[in-house]
Design a protein around this ligand. Sequence first.
Ligand SMILES: [Zn+2]
Ligand SMILES: [Zn+2]
Length: 354
Amino acid sequence: MAKQMQAWAVTNPGEALENVRLEAPEAEAGAVVLDVARCGVCHSDVHLWEGGFDFGGQQVTLAAMGIEMPLVLGHEILGTVSSVGSDAKGVEVGDTRIVYPWIGCGECARCREERDDLCERQAALGVRRPGGFGDKVMVPDAKYLIDPGDIDLSWAATLACSGLTAYGAVQKLMPMDPNTPIVVIGAGGVGLSAVGVLSALGHRNTIIVDIEDSRLATAKSSGASATVNSRTAPNAIAAVNEAAGAPVMGVIDFVNSPQTAALAFSLPAKGGAVVQVGLFGGSFPLPLAAMAVRAIRLEGSYVGSLAELRELVALARTGKLTPPPVAEVPRSEAGATLAALRDGSVVGRVVIND
Ligand SMILES: [Zn+2]
Ligand SMILES: [Zn+2]
């Protein structure tokens, strides 16, 4: 009989995760199998658990995306190498590694230049390949594994998605003078990571916007130079510009709702940029002539490249990056954590640690 593994999986979207037994993966050819030691629980897991994404008012279901049940979620994975394929290079059994989960088809032009994040046939871990809510995970190539060094292992796991999403978005505004204002909208886990990345890169003028004072207080202690509560400020645009003290050249929207997009597009000075990251969804009427006349750059950002994750881990290993608050839970609480994330009652990141 084939070896088995356990996983907490979605069997019916929106319903409690089930503890299922699956065939354990084998490390063939260039592949590597890891015992999962940590796995972050992420907001995109919530969307997948609930059964799909809202793309501009249109709900796209898992079935329409070709995603089958049982779905083993979890893409912020750190594990210990348990078996290595005969062609896998650079890792040994027992090594602890962060896993780059945004794995592409391996054949297209983007994949050949290690831009798996832009592959049209991406098969990410925890989405189209079994993820870290299981006790084992198979990675098709050792190049997707990164040594965390001696940084905290739960934090290290979160670098693969929330950290990388923050880093990839920040990099779209770089290089930028460290005193030039950058506005970060949304002080959830990813927004806090972006504040931390900007601070570690030496940026000195980061204004964070949210609708909850408690989250803004956490952002302030993570390195934001100013905070604005866009719900209570009489005029959020004026409040942000006053806090910035100079023309805003970059805005990163980690919520990306019709409301936050309206704020984001009203902030940049001429030649500035808006980076859209959040998956809240919906649509927003773009002020077309203003975009042209004000020469605003609009750029979407989705996770980041393998090279960017390597850079981010290297930055974390220097000690310059302050970890966001990370809470640890047993794997059996993965489902309850998804519900807590859905309900907005989580500050910082939650990581499974067994
Ligand atoms: Zn994620
Ligand atoms: Zn590809």
